[in-house]
Design a protein around this ligand. Sequence first.
Ligand code: NAD
Ligand code: UFG
Length: 338
Amino acid sequence: MRILVTGGAGYIGSHTLLQLLREQHDVLVFDNFSNSSPEALKRVKQLANADFEVCEGDIQDSVRLSDAFGTFKPEAVIHFAGLKAVGESNEKPLEYYAQNVSGSIELLKAMERHDCKRIVFSSSATVYGEAKYLPYDEQHPLQPTNPYGRTKHFIEEIIRDWAASYRGASAVLLRYFNPVGADASGRIGEDPNDIPNNLVPYISQVAVGRLKHLNVFGNDYDTRDGTGERDYIHVEDLARAHLAAINFTGETTGCEAINIGTGQGATVLEMVNAFESASGRSVAYKIGPRRDGDVARSLAAVRKAEKLLGWKAQLNIDDMCSSTWNWQFTNPNGYTQK
Ligand code: NAD
Ligand code: UFG
């Protein structure tokens, strides 16, 4: 199938591309490289031993989008492109609304202009906000607590309205929990620009010696050991979920939101221990105050994904830590060669 992938050079996009190519799909990557490197695409091509087209452009640019749709004529879109840093979204909310929300509207308009009716969108568990109950199922109220989360919520609603109004359209909103890990080859992985905000990239940079110690954000939560608990999902499993979702859009019309997680939680200290075992390195940490806006626990209800997509996570915390370490150890500076 011909699939246009926005944000395909990014962390989750590059892992998904690899699986799409291995399944013999034709892809076109549309990315402005604002948070990624063309090197990731080069490596995906090598790993898959396949070629694909790349269009450098911003999803807010309707002319560029039209060019890409006009020449490539995709049957479906996987929409990863967007800004994703919670803290930054508090400082630059308009930038987040422009790139994420306006950019998604431009994308949907281009799809309509070019008769493309299938989309899989990268949403996030952050749309749920403070838990009223756990695990979060897809019916849980949506009350995101920061501008980034609100962009995801608004885009979900926009896609839902679009799918309802456009005859034959089909959309899947994948609500990712905490994506971590890297391809088993160690050739592609997560490569944050600055000091990582997220736990696993931070731990791996401590293990490799780029950072001195991990700051654990609070140990007085109501969890097994007092540190925050999350539902980590291996990026390879997550990538597989996109292929299942694309197939699903071929069999259905309308719009479905679906959680993508394992249903199992790990605390910060459990992740530190798992990473130490996987890497054979020690990970120094200091307990510090809670981070603003953090919740104690986040866990996915995963039945809907199993029922509708026939998808279930297969990889565990050890796989997540060992693949992250393999990537970090062999690429200590990410895609930048130093
Ligand atoms: P990423 O930053 O690695 O990838 C995003 C890609 O989109 C990058 O290649 C970037 O250059 C590109 N991009 C950004 N703005 C663009 C624009 N205006 N036009 C064209 N390209 C643009 O992020 P990721 O971790 O791979 O996340 C992919 C998607 O999944 C994002 O929408 C993110 O919000 C969502 N998501 C990520 C997580 C996570 O923890 N990584 C969790 C939930 C949801
Ligand atoms: N943590 C630390 N120290 C750090 C970083 C994180 O102790 O240096 C803790 C956090 O307090 C939390 C856990 O590790 O308990 C996980 O934190 P992350 O920042 O890795 O992940 P979050 O659950 O806070 O948020 C992530 C993404 C969001 C997304 C959300 C749900 O950053 O964009 O998952 O998908 F919305």
